[in-house]
Design a protein around this ligand. Structure first.
Ligand SMILES: NC(=O)c1ccc[n+]([C@@H]2O[C@H](COP(=O)([O-])OP(=O)(O)OC[C@H]3O[C@@H](n4cnc5c(N)ncnc54)[C@H](O)[C@@H]3O)[C@@H](O)[C@H]2O)c1
Ligand SMILES: [Zn+2]
Length: 343
């Protein structure tokens, strides 16, 4: 078991890697604890939830990551009589974590909360860093807060029931962390991808730890995304547009976004051909898509709606080399060219 701390302005987060969900009550000390989960996770893991905790179930999928789900949570919090001393725990994937974090951060101007992420994507990304929120009017994560969970408990056992496609999708975020800030992790992934995919404890523990190190270092430097933290959006400008228009999973869509950003870095003379190929090869080793048929117009429309866009330019993350990202403003037309090349 490894413990990692994120010290942020909005609080300290304790990340416990390799802990069992059976020890959850050790981390959520309160006389009233409420679990928020989704229907799948409740059916698969509900038996491991501590007794005596109230359980609230939400529906599955992005269509439930809304203010109306948050409102339902507020109603339940009221019904259960939660107060400032109570504890809310989100047990599930990124959707459960994002919605739970937002509801807990806003109810009574904020009550304590923690996460037990049950997908790899939630373990390495969604549960960490204090961003939470919901979608609004077709815009992803438009409404939300920055607020750190008090703890994040990562139990590898939970990942064993995860469909393989969801598991691979989570590795895309780990690959992203390696590409933007940790060349050693990148090489380790190249050598150990098979054991990683089979969830061998030694490999998965090391990979998660190193991946957390990248994210937590960046988050500690820039909690509210004014500069450095934008590097975590590597592959995401195109990735989000692809996710929205193709129905690919988040990690699958950002895999294609990562490859496109690497190719653009190559085109701009920032990355070598060899390194751009290493990026594509690693993504393919993890069984993630490297290309997809897509509707050029719809993808461009989605990019134009991107909230990071400023006039005719868009803030974009490119690579100076493997292990080092750089944020630059690029012309929206240049990005359209990249999409055209990909279609
Ligand atoms: N806050 C952040 O910083 C941040 C970062 C990255 C992603 N996100 C958000 O995370 C969300 C995606 O997260 P996700 O990929 O975990 O999706 P998800 O929460 O929809 O989970 C994926 C599916 O797996 C199921 N599932 C969860 N755990 C399981 C398990 N152990 N076994 C079997 N099935 C299980 C879920 O019920 C769901 O059907 C997106 O909304 C994205 O915006 C947030
Ligand atoms: Zn992501």
């Amino acid at each position: 078991m490894k413990v990692f701390k994120i010290n942020g302005k909005t609080g300290t987060s304790e990340i416990v890697i390799g802990e069992s969900i059976k020890n959850l009550s050790k981390y959520s000390k309160s006389n009233k604890c409420v679990i928020v989960t989704d229907t799948n996770v409740n059916a698969l893991c509900g038996a491991f939830f501590p007794s005596g905790f109230e359980v609230i179930e939400i529906g599955i999928g992005e269509q439930n990551k809304t203010l109306s789900t948050v409102e339902k949570l507020y109603e339940k919090f009221l019904e259960f009589g939660l107060d400032r001393a109570s504890y809310v725990i989100g047990i599930g994937g990124g959707i459960v974590c994002d919605v739970t974090g937002f509801a807990a951060s806003t109810y009574l101007r904020g009550i304590r909360f923690g996460f037990v992420p049950t997908t790899l994507l939630a373990q390495v990304d969604a549960s960490l860093g204090g961003k939470n929120g919901v979608n609004f009017k077709g815009y992803k994560n438009l409404i939300g807060t920055f607020n750190q969970p008090e703890f994040v408990l990562c139990d590898f056992e939970m990942l064993k029931t995860l469909p393989i496609r969801e598991l691979k999708s989570g590795f895309a975020e780990i690959i992203k962390h390696a590409i933007i800030a940790d060349i050693q992790l990148f090489s380790y992934l190249e050598k150990n991808y098979e054991n990683a995919l089979s969830l061998h404890r030694t490999e998965i523990e090391k990979i998660l730890y190193d991946s957390f190190a990248v994210k937590s270092k960046i988050v500690s430097m820039d909690e509210t995304e004014k500069g450095e933290r934008r590097k975590l959006n590597f592959g995401h400008t195109l990735g989000h547009a692809i996710e929205k228009t193709t129905g690919l999973l988040h990690g699958e869509a950002i895999s294609i976004g990562i490859i496109a950003a690497a190719k653009l870095s190559l085109k701009k003379g920032m990355l070598t051909q060899k390194d751009a190929e290493r990026v594509e090869n690693l993504i393919s080793k993890f069984g993630l898509p490297t290309k997809i048929k897509m509707d050029k117009i719809a993808v461009i429309d989605a990019i134009e709606k991107d909230k990071k866009r400023e006039n005719k330019k868009i803030r974009f993350v490119l690579l100076e080399k493997l292990g080092r990202a750089k944020i630059i403003d690029i012309e929206i037309d240049e990005l359209k060219g990249v999409v055209s090349d990909m279609c």
